[in-house]
Write a new protein. Sequence first.
Length: 143
Amino acid sequence: MEQSDENDFAAAVRLAFHKRHKALSRRGATVECTPVKEIVDGHESDVGRTDVRIAYRVQGARISLRLTAWGDRWVWVDARRSSKLGWAWESTSKGRFFAPDEARDLVARVEETLSACHLPVGDVPRAISAIWSECLAVEIPVV
């Protein structure tokens, strides 16, 4: 069964980022949103996907935020700050996104993540994890 764009979370995420593009660019962020058609067993998947790349600078250091959102609300978020010696910090979260105003809330969490990047280096990963842990449902493995 094919999903319509109105019910496709990945398409809604693209639209939400498009609506916030000017606000994000005023903060100094460069945003790229790419719709992706996944091929599964030689056929195009019914579940859409959007890849988002955000480049941002904090005190001259490069911040990379990558987000992948699938049409079924599964989300993967990876944020990192580069340094001359490697990553100064990194944070990765994944799970099924749940929030009242789904796509708009996801973009708001991305903006919170960019704000958290201004915290002291040692505090950033914990702050970013806290932002995303509130809205990502994860499976707990059965032991």
